[in-house]
Design a protein around this ligand. Structure first.
Ligand code: TRP
Length: 475
């Protein structure tokens, strides 16, 4: 099946065609009822048939009245965007683009069928929460969403929601990019004062990587320490390992099975690109990542309620899981989770791909010493500067492709300072070496502080966070 949203017939999306079809069906019926001229009825039927063919071509589904195209059908060829030289790959396992500026996120919004986090939404978050929006929101790092307005509407009417995010514990080594969703989730938890569940998918990493179950469970606990070091409130946060929690919670497993019953092999093939030779564990795993989106998977927190709305902050590559989840939700009687998507944290070598823990030189690890940070940035951070000082002074650098500048947009909180750096670098007043120095001096204290906080996370604290229990919240 071909990519659907933008490449549809005459640019029509599956949803456009669905709506046209529904209207055309009504028209045919009313012409027949009115006993209209045969030629007119025939022409209307011809158009209806043509629309049905177009619809199938774009959505991959047969038209059924009353069944709009499912969200998971909207992007089906595994996140491949555009064509030819412009192709960006974005799926839970790969991120790649040819552009030094990184993935074209506006295009991604169109292809994935999500909505842009625009100024209006940022202003609304400010109004509803009463807090200055986090710089990840102000700077378009959390750039896309699904149903955020609905979440805010309900919150304004005193209807609380909960947060769900996660991490695949594939190694002990976490890098700064891994912190982005957690830093933001912590901010959301603080400003909205709501519960949070964090899924550690040790089962997923066992299924996908060459690791033992014991490795994965050990990494889950180690990663939990880094997550706890971000400052989550133990009275409002439940962290769980799938390998642990799944077996101890009938409610969670019941939801997994419900989801499994409502998604076909064909659908997950379309969404995730699974093939006949993938193990069946992978094929059924998406149901496990979907289950925490439903509040009754956590009876100890939500006291059996199944209608508490969920908001998932995550990097955009996780969206396929949640397109599937949103597709299933109404069919099993649950609200669809809302989402806030972030851009990727670029690799040191350039924004063509994201930071990867398996390539030591592409990443700044949370365990790096100040000296290692300095060396990595100086040696590997891709520069948008010119080759010689003279040329740089004359023409200026390009912050849009400069990795050090990109990292500063993630970690430098002061908007004015950042804007001044952008201008000075673009004009040539600021040299690459000077820009790198600013990044090094910004990162070193953040990483050192993280290491201090992590050192203070005891096994006892990890156990507390990971024990199923009621949280400080009345639902
Ligand atoms: N699959 C994610 C990973 O590999 C982990 C994950 C599970 C997750 N549930 C999530 C991420 C919810 C974001 C939101 O990292």
């Amino acid at each position: 099946m071909t990519d659907s949203q933008g490449d549809g017939v005459g640019g029509a999306t599956a949803m456009d065609l669905y709506e046209k079809l529904t209207a055309q069906g009504d028209k045919v019926r009313s012409l027949k009822t009115a006993k209209a001229d045969k030629a007119e009825v025939d022409a209307a039927i011809q158009l209806l048939l043509k629309l049905k063919v177009d619809y199938k071509g774009v959505s991959g589904q047969d038209y059924k009245a009353g069944c709009p195209p499912s969200e998971s059908a909207v992007v089906s060829n595994n996140g491949q965007l555009g064509n030819g030289a412009e192709e960006d790959t974005v799926d839970p396992w790969n991120v790649a683009t040819n552009s030094a500026k990184g993935v074209d996120y506006d295009k991604l919004i169109v292809r994935f069928g999500s909505s842009k986090v625009d100024q209006e939404l940022v202003d609304r978050i400010e109004k509803v929460s009463g807090q200055k929006p986090h710089h990840f929101l102000r700077r378009g790092i959390f750039f896309s969403h699904r149903d955020m307005h609905q979440v805010l509407d309900a919150y304004e009417k005193q209807k609380a929601f909960y947060l769900y995010t996660g991490r695949g514990p594939s190694s002990q080594a976490m890098h700064v990019g891994h912190l982005i969703p957690f830093i933001f989730t912590k901010w959301l938890q603080d400003v909205f004062d709501i519960p949070l569940v964090i899924q550690l998918t040790d089962d997923e990493k066992y299924l996908w990587k060459d690791l033992t179950l014991e490795d994965c469970q050990r990494f889950a606990v180690e990663n939990a320490k880094d997550i706890i070091a971000c400052g989550f409130d133990v009275n409002k946060t439940f962290i769980f390992s799938d390998l642990d929690y799944m077996g101890s919670s009938p409610e969670f497993y019941r939801n997994v099975v419900k989801i499994q019953k409502h998604v076909t092999f064909n659908q997950v093939k379309g969404i995730f690109g699974f093939t006949d030779s993938d193990c069946i564990g992978k094929i059924s795993f998406p149901a496990i990542q979907a289950a925490p989106s439903f509040s009754n998977s956590f009876p100890q927190i939500f006291k059996g309620r199944k209608d508490v709305q969920c908001l998932i902050p995550c990097a955009i590559d996780q969206d396929p899981y949640f397109r599937m989840t949103r597709d299933v939700a109404p069919r099993i009687g649950y609200p669809k989770p809302a989402l806030l998507h972030s851009t990727f944290f670029p690799a040191l070598q350039g924004a063509q791909t994201k930071m990867s823990a398996s390539d030591a030189n592409s990443s700044i690890f949370l365990t790096d010493t100040p000296k290692q940070i300095k060396n990595k940035v100086n040696k590997h951070a891709f520069s948008g500067g010119k080759d010689t000082v003279e040329e740089h002074r004359q023409h200026g650098g390009n912050p849009d492709i400069d990795v050090s500048f990109m990292y500063l947009t993630f970690f430098m909180e002061d908007d004015e300072k950042l804007e001044k750096i952008r201008q000075d670098y673009s004009s040539g007043a600021l040299l690459t070496g000077e820009l790198k120095k600013m990044l090094i001096e910004t990162l070193q204290p953040i990483i050192t502080a993280h290491q201090e906080k992590r050192k203070n996370v005891t096994d006892e604290m990890v156990k507390q966070f990971m024990t199923p229990r009621s949280l400080d919240f009345n639902f």
